[in-house]
Design a protein around this ligand. Structure first.
Ligand SMILES: Nc1ncnc2c1ncn2[C@@H]1O[C@H](COP(=O)(O)OP(=O)(O)OP(=O)(O)O)[C@@H](O)[C@H]1O
Ligand SMILES: Nc1ccn([C@H]2C[C@H](O)[C@@H](COP(=O)(O)O)O2)c(=O)n1
Length: 658
């Protein structure tokens, strides 16, 4: 089931610390090794996500005793065998689970079915199956040849020289063999010959490192031949700690660069990986450094802090991503902010990941307004100038990395909606909360209140004092109403009114309103007839919905002051300052009366009072976005305050809130 879309506020900075969740690659390797090893293992810092749950559930179904308490798991190793000789295993979309489990189960033999989500059934596994068949393993495709689902039968293990496996599609095939073959190496050396250029070598380094921790010293000749020595056996190291996930670190490290550069940044530190990390994706931080980012390294942290002295943007250029296929996706995002096009090469493996990531990245970057070119194994992203950014709803293709990457688009100049953000549960269920903690959104001062309470005048003065953008949201309702009155659209024809609101041919240039391409005299909107009509159509939910995105698009650096009825409750619920501005009905009527007279518009005080009460009633009693203070709003009664005093009171509240 798809999760509800997430709207990300535009950002002017980032800063803070993030404790990274455990590495997925290490978590799933360690779980399998601990399950196959002799002895008990206590695994700390284990990732809790969809992919690790898939592995845990499979191991339990295979009869391995696993007890999990938060980030710690206790595993009683099976000493080279799985107690259950038969099992039906659901592997979700976890490549780090299905590949090594296929190898281990096939070498041990039994009666096992392995299957996953539809995308898993499109991800190739044929090269691994071909390699395992050379050992006499019985593996049958129960769906499409070369892809899961699989059935694993008896093992007739035999050795017949080096076993060959392709290394240029996925390094996980070699990892799977390396993790499982110690089960069969008690009497003989077992050698694996890699065919084609091995990709993602750092992931093989992780595998070899963890095998050493479990007592197996693999010998290798370059990256072409690997030998598991005779007498190898997996033994639990007792306690083993999982590092923070270096691929997940990439989003925060990028934020630490983009945030500072947008003017309001502070360093962003990721904790859980550092200079001695065994994960290849820490090289992402070195690439960022080469591109011009300020990076600091500690034993257990990496920190980014804007650009190096003298630079005004990240550098573009060609980047060979063979060693960092996952973190490379993050470079496609930082490329939007570079000073020249960035070409990511050697990313052919993106085609067979959770989705075709080259296609997905190119499609979604294009939605933002970016110029993108791509080929079978490369992607070129051109810098996106501020004025060309477009607001977009980003599709995530059930790919956690697509969702996490595009959170960085909120440093751009558009509103970003992430569709199905829940897909991050694959590796980082708490990602968006952690991202929100380090993000510094463009600030909004929301001023809501009844008619003639002074919202518009106060908002204009406060925006001017702070150099912020100003949004008089009532103008949008008034413009829609004005158009309706002009075109003779009945005020209860919600479909026609919604179309009018959605297609409002309006732009706001240098504070003025341009309607249908002509400068519009805003005084035409201030008549009571238009105000009453605006209040009437504002009670129609679809009209409000149609104006929602337009209102949010006013949120631009360095900040926004927005006035209306639902700025704090609906449109900008995360505004750091919400003011509910009131004044007695009597003084509001007097103010409006004087305002009309000063504008040369004839008025009678008693009529103004009656109309004001009517509008108050309609605005406060409607079913949607009714006028009311947000629970966290500051109430400000201006009955006895002058305009200047009210402005100063709002500015004082703002100073207190920052
Ligand atoms: N504190 C105040 N003291 C005296 N006059 C004020 C005060 N605040 C606003 N006014 C005056 O009241 C009139 C109405 O203010 P304004 O148009 O800003 O109200 P509003 O809340 O935006 O109204 P609406 O919702 O109808 O657009 C203006 O002439 C303004 O100068
Ligand atoms: N955020 C808003 C702003 C305005 N409206 C409606 C209700 C008002 O009576 C009418 C005119 O607004 P004004 O220019 O007087 O501020 O528009 C709303 O529902 N929500």
């Amino acid at each position: 089931m798809k999760s509800e879309a997430r709207d990300l506020p535009p950002l002017i900075g980032a800063g803070g610390r993030v404790k990274l969740p455990g590495s997925k690659s290490i978590s799933n390797r360690v779980l399998l090794l601990a399950a196959l090893a002799e002895g008990q293992a206590e695994i700390t810092g284990l990732l809790d996500s969809d992919d690790t749950r898939v592995m845990l559930a499979a191991l339990q179904a295979l009869g391995i005793a696993v007890r999990r308490e938060g980030e710690t798991a206790h595993v009683q190793g099976g000493a080279g065998r799985f107690p259950a000789a038969q099992a039906d295993l659901f592997m979700g979309n976890a490549g780090t689970a299905i590949r090594p489990l296929t190898a281990a189960l096939a070498l041990l033999g039994g009666d096992y079915a392995l299957h996953g989500v539809p995308r898993m059934h499109e991800r190739p596994i044929g090269d691994l199956v071909d390699a395992l068949r050379q050992f006499g393993c019985e593996i049958r495709y129960t769906g499409q040849e070369g892809y899961p689902p699989l059935h694993i039968g008896a093992s007739h293990f035999r050795l017949n020289g080096d076993v060959a496996v392709r290394g240029d599609v996925s390094s996980q095939f070699l990892t799977a063999l390396l993790l499982a073959l110690p089960l069969k190496a008690s009497d003989h050396d077992i050698a694996i010959a890699v065919q084609g250029e091995l990709i993602s070598k750092p992931y093989i380094e992780i595998t070899l490192n963890l095998l050493r921790r479990f007592g197996v010293q693999v010998r290798r000749t370059g990256w072409e031949r690997f030998v598991i020595p005779a007498g190898s056996g997996l033994r639990s190291p007792g306690r083993i700690a999982v590092e923070g996930d270096a691929s997940s670190a990439s989003y925060f490290l990028a934020a630490g660069v983009l945030g500072q550069w947008h003017g309001k940044g502070a360093p962003v530190r990721v904790e859980g990986v550092g200079r001695d990390s065994i994960q290849g994706d820490v090289a992402f931080a070195r690439v960022l450094e080469d591109l011009g980012a300020q990076v600091r390294w500690g034993d257990d942290f990496i920190e980014t802090d804007g650009l190096q002295a003298g630079l005004t943007a990240l550098r573009g250029g060609d980047i060979d991503c063979l060693a960092i296929p996952d973190a490379a996706m993050t470079l496609a995002m930082t490329a939007l902010f570079a000073d020249a096009p960035t070409t990511l090469t050697a990313i052919g493996s993106w085609r067979v990941k959770e989705t075709d990531r080259i296609h997905a990245m190119a499609t979604e970057l294009t939605k933002l307004g970016a110029k993108v070119e791509s080929g079978p194994d490369w992607l070129r992203v051109h810098p996106l100038p501020a004025v060309q950014w477009r607001s977009a709803a980003i599709a995530t293709y059930d790919d956690h990395r697509m969702a996490m990457c595009f959170s960085l688009a909120s440093f751009g100049h558009a509103d970003i909606r992430i569709l199905d953000p829940g897909c991050v549960a694959k590796t980082y269920p708490g990602y968006f909360d952690d991202f929100a903690r380090i993000a510094r959104p463009v600030p909004v001062i929301a001023i809501d209140g009844p008619t003639a309470s002074g919202k518009g005048s106060i908002a204009t003065a406060v925006a001017e004092a702070l150099g912020f953008v100003c949004l008089d949201s009532g103008v949008l309702y008034r413009l829609t109403a004005w158009e309706a009155l002009q075109q003779g659209v009945p005020l209860d024809d919600s479909d026609a009114l919604t179309r009018l609101a959605a297609d409002l041919p309006v732009t706001f240039a240098a504070g003025g309103i341009v309607l249908n391409g002509h400068v519009f005299d805003a005084a035409q909107l201030r008549t009571e007839a238009v105000g009453q009509a605006a209040s009437t159509i504002a009670a129609i939910p679809s009209v409000r919905e149609a104006l929602f995105a337009l209102q949010r698009s006013f949120r631009r650096a360095p900040g926004l002051v927005a006035d209306g009825r639902d700025m704090g409750t609906v449109v900008f619920p995360d505004a750091p300052l919400k003011v509910f501005l009131t004044a007695s009905a009597h003084s509001r009527a007097e103010r409006r009366y004087k305002q009309l007279i000063s504008q040369g518009i004839p008025a009678i005080l008693a009529d103004v009072f009656a109309e004001l009460e009517l509008r108050d009633a309609r605005d406060t009693q409607r079913d949607v976005a009714a006028l009311k203070p947000a629970p966290d709003a500051q109430l400000l009664d201006s009955t006895d305050l002058s305009l200047e005093q009210t402005v100063e009171a709002v500015l004082a509240l703002w100073r207190q809130s920052v």
